[in-house]
Write a protein that binds this ligand. Structure first.
Ligand SMILES: Cc1cc2nc3c(=O)[nH]c(=O)nc-3n(C[C@H](O)[C@H](O)[C@H](O)COP(=O)(O)OP(=O)(O)OC[C@H]3O[C@@H](n4cnc5c(N)ncnc54)[C@H](O)[C@@H]3O)c2cc1C
Length: 396
């Protein structure tokens, strides 16, 4: 039976990045995924056609995440394929309460990039293919685990593997979490999100904005050229109805619902996602550890989900490097607990902030509406505090 230092279940954006970060420490890594992404692109990266339609799943990648991805040699390929920088971030409910954050406030050239999830994942897989100490096992599904004090025996539908540490990076419905019997705290939000890829009348913009309408945000994410991604948050029933409309009718509804600054659009593609919050009660149980959405799924309101996952990866690499450097076993209870302590507080802070925003803006009228608009109005004039908030949101 093959033996590895770490077996990562889930080669999504977070799992694949974690594999590269831990391989850089000299550990022998295996990555298991139910799907092998983009086989054509992995074989021939230059076969990417920049004119091909945008995928609906797009993430706002923060400056902090970009630094990690650069270090792991994932980033350049993503830029070579397709990504769109944004330099400003606008939020408002009433016209007067408009708050704008600008990269110049924190002496940066941009605040982040809009990137298609599948391209980021494919670039990480290309790097994994090039590392001798990473084995990729895909397609394969996790079936069972047997945990011991110093190892985990993992049964896949393709055979058995032994590892010293099992890392669950298998997303919000994590099988690793379930098999390790780690409970979650969470709830379903009374909102769904519809992602809509559009062509806009205006050319490429350098701003991403969010307008709160009756307690729910409508967001604009810029893409290259005249492309953009819109996010319409609403009650699940409303989103279910909207997503079934023919594109021409949806177009009319968007023009009515979104702020005037959107201008004319043409709908190209759309899909909807239910929103849920899940937080694992433990990130570590014996020799099992959870990262990314397997540990925490957050309201996507401020585009922080995968960025939190990348912060997990950075912390994991640093904690393990320090342990190895001081002669400790990277998967000892002391080291894993240290990792969990560091990440739980930060993740909880971001999840709670998102919930406060979600709840604060859900109240469509009355004193709460007045207070939040005063809050945004004040935020625009906060100076140093505003810069600190922005730096934190950018992962700096
Ligand atoms: C509408 C929406 C918009 C979002 N926008 C943003 C944004 O702008 N910015 C941001 O930072 N985040 C955003 N997010 C969140 C972000 O998409 C997630 O945080 C991110 O995808 C999590 O990555 P992951 O690698 O942890 O998990 P996933 O992307 O879920 O990857 C899990 C991987 O595990 C594999 N897998 C699952 N089960 C098994 C199994 N049993 N055996 C083998 N393999 C398995 C899957 O095939 C997959 O490859 C958004 C989310 C939503 C819903």
């Amino acid at each position: 039976m093959e033996k590895f230092d770490c077996l990562i279940v889930g080669g999504g954006m977070v799992g694949a990045t974690a594999a590269l970060a831990l391989a850089d420490l000299g550990l022998k890594i295996a990555v298991v995924d139910a799907h092998r992404p983009n086989p054509e692109l992995l074989e021939h990266p230059q076969s990417f056609d920049p004119e091909q339609p945008y995928n609906l799943r797009i993430s706002a990648i923060s400056l902090g995440s970009e630094q990690l991805l650069q270090r792991l040699q994932i980033w350049q390929q993503v830029l070579d394929w397709r990504a769109c920088p944004y330099r400003r971030l606008g939020v408002w409910e009433l016209g007067l309460s408009y708050a704008e954050f600008n990269c110049r406030q924190i002496d940066q050239t941009h605040l982040g990039y809009m990137v298609e999830n599948h391209l980021l994942q494919a670039s990480a897989w290309i790097q994994m293919q090039a590392r001798k100490n990473i084995s990729m096992i895909a397609p394969a599904r996790l079936k069972a685990i047997e945990t011991f004090s110093d190892r985990v025996l993992v049964t896949l539908d393709t055979g058995q593997i032994q590892c010293e540490l099992l890392i669950g990076a298998d997303g919000g419905n994590s099988k690793v979490r379930e098999l390790a019997q780690i409970g979650v705290t969470g709830w379903d939000y009374q909102q769904s999100a519809m992602l809509v890829n559009v062509i806009t009348e205006q050319g490429q913009q350098d701003i991403t904005w969010q307008h709160f309408i009756n307690g729910a945000p409508a967001a604009f994410l810029p893409l290259q050229g005249n492309h953009a991604s819109l996010v319409w948050y609403d009650k699940p029933g409303v989103i279910n109805e909207l997503v079934k409309l023919p594109n021409e009718q949806l177009q009319q509804r968007i023009i009515k619902h979104f702020p005037k600054r959107l201008g004319g659009i043409e709908v190209l593609d759309k899909a909807s996602f239910p929103l849920a919050r899940r937080h694992a009660n433990q990130y570590v149980k014996g020799r099992v550890l959870l990262i990314g959405d397997a540990a925490h799924s957050i309201n996507p309101l401020a585009g922080q989900g995968v960025n939190l996952g990348f912060k997990d990866v950075k912390a994991l690499q640093e904690t393990f490097a320090m342990a190895i450097g001081s002669g400790k076993h990277y998967a000892s209870p002391e080291v894993l607990t240290q990792y969990e302590k560091q990440r739980r507080n930060d993740n909880l802070l971001m999840m709670t902030t998102m919930d406060l925003i979600y709840r604060g803006f859900k109240q469509p009228t009355g004193p709460v509406k007045l207070l939040r608009n005063l809050g945004l109005f004040g935020a625009q004039r906060l100076g140093v505090v505003k810069d600190k908030v922005l730096a934190y949101a950018c992962g700096l």
